[in-house]
Design a protein. Structure first.
Length: 465
């Protein structure tokens, strides 16, 4: 099965084409035969090079001249500001502007979509589905918010009829999708620039559930308060099957045992009265639950549970999700994308379970001023799970600074919780700071959604010297 190019996307231009979500859509359009072009602040990145390998034109920087006059549409994400010169040029030329979510929805049209939603865990769960379905020879299409094993491996146009995609709640764009199967991993208050309360989060997820096609399935975490609340609100909707998973006795798919085995886990579930045991090649209860959510979604599409359980063992992780960057001087350096307190806690508990008596040192970079303002105290409390932490300045991403909002909010909360925390305002000094702290046998986590990931190689080089 080879779906054609969506209408008006024969020659798309992407503003910010190097972003995780944007680059994936661009790649799939190129694989479907589109003449794809775009621009990014970093034209020399590995992601840009991976796109060029698929025939995509990637410009460095943003100028009006980068937009070709014969472009059939301009694709943007919510991060693109209104004063972007290429966006202004599109208005002058009368070229339609398409949001990333609309482009992704068009790519799913005519296929059997699985949409993975939740405040956190989306990338991991989507990746687990993409890898396991591929291992079964189903050749799904997929769009993931992170690379599986190499730059540009975040998306694929497959010959099969399944499309697996992350459904981003941050700006409510997941309301654009009409999945056959939807997963809700969790629902917590986040994205404070767009949601004023947990009630708004719940209402947004309810709208998402309402987009599931008639006869479709909602897979939901039974033991997570927010997800369970949404399940209660949509219970009894006509044409909707709700499947719950979790460790609770009354879950439809019950997790009976999670056994840590170093940096992997063995998971046992009961499904339709049958017991299944399979391996998850990343540590921790959080990731075990993600794997069971993936199992439930695949079963909802008619894939035999025992086949899918075996195939899930082929998943070996995704970049930035507890990714081992290397070892030097007896110290392992691991990269974590965690930036919400729940994610931070889950990753630190997972590493603690795998580390034994080893010390855990964290280099944490807060992400967004709004998130730090609302959740900084909880971030600091999460850091108390580490033996020592270095906290950097806030990574602003798309936001402007907020008065009085700094990393000190996190540091103060961490110290109040008994944590050993060092403030470091100079990112280039971190490698030396960690080298002075680390001892053979320690584990170092670079943690956050910003450019803290770039510090892993520098820390390894400094440890080696």
């Amino acid at each position: 099965m080879k779906p054609g190019l969506p209408t008006a996307m024969e020659r798309p231009h992407f503003i910010g084409i190097g972003g995780a979500g944007m680059s994936g859509i661009a790649k799939i359009l190129a694989q479907r035969g589109g003449q794809v072009a775009g621009s990014d602040a970093r034209g020399d990145s590995e992601t840009a090079d991976a796109l060029r390998a698929h025939g995509v034109t990637v410009h460095g920087g943003h100028t009006a001249d980068h937009l070709a006059a014969d472009s059939t549409c301009v694709v943007v994400s919510s991060a693109i500001r209104a004063d972007n010169p290429e966006l202004a040029r599109a208005a002058e030329l009368g070229i339609p502007v398409v949001h990333r979510s609309d482009a992704l929805a068009a790519l799913m049209d005519g296929l059997r979509p699985i949409a993975v939603a939740g405040t956190h865990g989306k990338t991991t769960t989507t990746s687990m589905l993409a890898v396991s379905l591929s291992a079964l020879g189903l050749d799904p299409s997929y769009a993931i918010g992170g690379d599986l094993d190499a730059p540009g491996s975040n998306a694929h146009h497959g010959e099969g009829d399944i499309f697996v995609a992350e459904a981003d709640e941050s700006d409510r764009t997941f309301h654009k999708y009409s999945p056959q199967v939807a997963i809700i991993l969790n629902a917590e208050l986040d994205h404070h620039a767009n949601y004023a309360s947990i009630e708004e989060i719940y209402e947004s997820f309810e709208t998402f559930v309402g987009k599931i096609v008639p006869g479709g399935t909602l897979v939901v975490a039974h033991g997570q308060e927010g997800a369970a609340e949404i399940a209660r609100r949509v219970a009894g909707r006509e044409g909707l099957t709700v499947v719950t998973y979790g460790e609770e006795e009354d879950a439809d798919i019950r997790i009976t045992k999670i056994t840590p085995r170093g940096l992997t886990s063995e998971v046992t579930v009961v499904l339709d009265g049958r017991m299944l045991t399979f391996t998850v090649s990343v540590p921790g209860r959080h990731y075990a639950h993600n794997a069971v959510a993936a199992l439930a979604a695949g079963v909802a599409l008619g894939i035999p549970a025992h086949n899918l359980a075996s195939a899930l063992g082929k998943y070996t992780g995704v970049k930035r999700r507890l990714q081992l960057k290397g070892e030097a001087a007896g110290v392992q350096v691991i990269d974590s994308y965690a930036h919400h307190p729940t994610e931070m806690t889950a990753d630190l508990e997972a590493i603690r379970g795998a580390a034994g008596d080893s010390r855990i040192l964290v280099v944490f970079q807060p992400h967004l001023f709004s998130r730090t303002q609302e959740l900084g105290k909880e971030m600091g409390q999460a850091l108390a799970l580490a033996d020592a932490s270095v906290v950097l300045d806030i990574y602003p991403a798309r936001e402007d600074p907020l008065p009085g909002v700094t990393s000190e909010i996190i540091i103060a909360a961490a110290r109040a919780a008994g944590a050993d925390v060092t403030a470091e305002h100079d990112k280039t000094a971190v490698a030396d700071v960690i080298a002075g702290m680390a001892k053979p046998g320690d584990l170092v986590l670079t943690m956050g959604a910003g450019d803290v990931t770039d510090l892993g190689p520098a820390i390894l080089t400094r440890l080696s010297s």
